[in-house]
Design a protein. Structure first.
Ligand SMILES: [Zn+2]
Length: 190
């Protein structure tokens, strides 16, 4: 190539690199080092729990950062009755509902990290194993483990590596509602 073209290519690469280096609050699905802004304005007494859960996920994963009150990719709500659940509108975006009645029986932090796990792309895995975060309430009320397993954490890191196509992110890998079965003396949400 000519030296003039070479300089142009170098300039384009430099521009692309500068763009990649910028981390922005992005309401759209995964991009490199996605920042997920979570909003606790309606989290009631669970705002601190949400902050703890965010730290756990940030420490366990790469390619994403949960950041408090910089936007509303993820809204967290305190509710009473009906069960805790998550509504994922796309990868890294959605709403989490923490039921005070369930949180009185089960570890609130485990519920919070579990529900956020759904927003981060993980399905339920009700195998009764307390070491598995997505086993949720199947591990019983005595299970207070709030940490994802290494396999769960690496799955989330992979999802946020941005290697999936937009089509994949917008279909089966994204939107979903998780009505959790944290066993409790509650009428399930229908
Ligand atoms: Zn769940």
């Amino acid at each position: 190539m000519t030296s003039r073209l070479s300089r142009l290519v170098v300039a384009m690469i430099a521009t692309a690199g500068a763009t990649l280096g910028v981390t922005v609050a992005n309401p759209s699905p995964a991009s490199a080092a996605m920042t997920i802004c979570y909003n606790t304005s309606q989290a009631g007494s669970y705002a601190g729990t949400a902050n703890q859960a965010a730290s756990i996920w940030n420490n366990a994963t790469v390619n994403l950062t949960l950041s408090a009150n910089c936007g509303s990719n993820l809204r967290i709500y305190q509710i009473t009755g009906g069960g805790s659940y998550a509504v994922r509108t796309s990868l890294g975006n959605g709403r989490v509902y923490i039921d005070t009645q369930q949180a009185a029986q089960y570890s609130p932090l485990r519920i919070m990290t579990h529900e956020i796990g759904h927003i981060l792309g993980l399905p339920d895995n009700y195998n009764g194993n307390c070491a598995i975060l997505m086993s949720g309430g199947s591990a019983g009320t005595s299970c207070t483990n709030p940490y994802p397993s290494s396999a769960e954490a690496s799955r989330v890191s992979s999802l946020f590596a941005g290697t999936f196509s937009a089509t994949e992110r917008s279909t089966d890998r994204s939107a979903d509602i998780f009505r959790d079965s944290w066993p409790a003396t509650l009428a399930p949400v229908s």
